[in-house]
Design a protein around this ligand. Structure first.
Ligand SMILES: *Cc1c(COP(=O)(O)O)cnc(C)c1O
Length: 387
């Protein structure tokens, strides 16, 4: 019996070593890992730059309190600000914390300008913003909130695509609209550019804030640094996590000057958030997310998606849809995907589920064409036997 609680349905497999796109199991089997810790290991396993960065920092100082200046954090924040819409950053340790902080920043902003009643956040029903109490109620998923009452107030929901409802929900107490630019857990649903643009316009017109959750789709995964860059909009607040740490737990909330001003000393904090070890790794990750890497994401994405579409034509009774952005790819099946994912695993390809019968495929951003070819072959083989 495991001494670990049973809050995960784990597959009966564990790993002893990882290198790039591959993982070696404890029984010596080699797997092509297209989960990568759920879009976390953006540079693959055992990346030499990250190993160097973490070792270098580990020999200096791991952790100091945020009561002191942390130059490693100053450096990473500066790099983020230089590359993005943001003027200011607060570091956290996870995605849920980052979205929680985003909610706090939105509320605090209106509080600071004398509108404390403007505190409601509008979200998409069955989205995913993490597993803390506020985040599960922001997500508006029955499954995630069941048994965790009382309901955290302050969130309103509209169905994906229902802008009429969205407009109706906005009232004088609305502070922000918070959406994932690409809905990850929700089934790799890419919010169209026109939709993001029109939500930005609605926010401008109503004087409310736009929070774009890029915890999963951000930091190069979409083929641009942020997925919202495709829509050419500027959000007010952006939580990030997953890919920025390359495997080390890092989260952050990115903000414009306007809203960041409200986060005065004492308003928010985290013991671990932004410690030197995390910041050194984050900096090393960011240095690798350069134009060459983004080019690779776009090239590999195009190649992967076009070939998956060929498989879709070849197996029209199995594959319903191929969707995604960059290397955040969803293969939607006509039936439950559990068995399919297991068969891929038995053929040495690791993938993970998302809602709506989607097989989620998350290669590292530096994936090679030969590795995608291998994945395509395994998917083809599994489909063949499904017939
Ligand atoms: C994973 C995820 C989160 C939560 O991140 P954790 O690190 O698991 O807390 C929040 N938002 C989105 C869009 C995510 O994909």
């Amino acid at each position: 019996m495991s001494a670990l609680a049973h809050n995960y349905k784990r597959k009966n497999i564990s790993f002893s070593k990882g290198k790039g796109s591959f993982l070696i199991s404890n029984t010596g089997k080699k797997y092509l890992d297209f989960v990568q810790g759920i879009a976390v290991n953006s540079l693959g396993h055992s990346n030499k730059f990250l190993i160097k960065a973490i070792n270098k920092q580990a020999n200096k100082v791991w952790h100091v309190s945020n009561a002191f200046k942390i130059p490693e954090g100053e450096k990473l924040a500066k790099k983020i600000v230089k590359r993005t819409f943001a003027d200011s950053v607060i570091f956290q340790n996870s995605g849920a914390e980052a979205t929680e902080a985003a909610i706090k920043v939105a509320r605090r902003y209106f509080y600071s300008i004398g509108k404390p009643k403007k505190n409601r956040i509008i979200c998409i029903k069955n989205s995913f913003h993490g597993r803390t109490l506020a985040a599960i109620h922001a997500s508006g998923s029955k499954k995630m909130t069941e048994g965790f009452g009382p309901k955290i107030p302050g969130f309103d929901h509209f169905e994906f695509g229902n802008h009429k409802k969205l407009k109706k929900l906005i009232n004088k107490n609305t502070a922000a609209i918070m959406i994932e630019t690409v809905m990850g857990e929700g089934g790799i649903k890419v919010i169209p550019n026109w939709c993001i643009k029109s939500i930005r316009e609605i926010c401008n017109k109503k004087g409310i804030l736009l929070i774009l959750d890029e915890v999963q789709c951000g930091i190069g995964r979409s083929g641009k640094f942020f997925a919202f860059e495709y829509a050419k909009v500027k959000p007010d607040i952006v939580p990030i996590a997953k890919g920025i740490g390359g495997g080390f737990p890092i989260g952050a909330v990115l903000m414009t000057k306007k809203v960041a001003k409200s986060m005065t000393p004492g308003t928010h904090g985290s013991t671990f958030g932004g410690n030197p070890l995390a910041m050194a790794v984050g900096s090393a990750v960011l240095d690798q997310i350069n134009n060459n890497l983004l080019k690779n994401v776009n090239k590999m994405s195009k190649y992967f998606i076009s070939n998956l579409n060929i498989l879709k034509k070849k197996y029209p009774k199995i594959i319903k849809d191929v969707r995604g952005l960059g290397l955040l790819i969803g293969l939607q099946l006509f039936h439950d995907q559990t068995k399919f994912i297991k068969k891929l695993m038995n053929n040495n390809l690791l993938t993970i589920r998302a809602a709506e019968n989607v097989v989620r495929i998350l290669p590292p951003l530096n994936v090679k064409k030969s590795e995608i070819d291998l994945a395509l072959k395994i998917i083809d083989d599994v489909c063949k036997k499904y017939k």
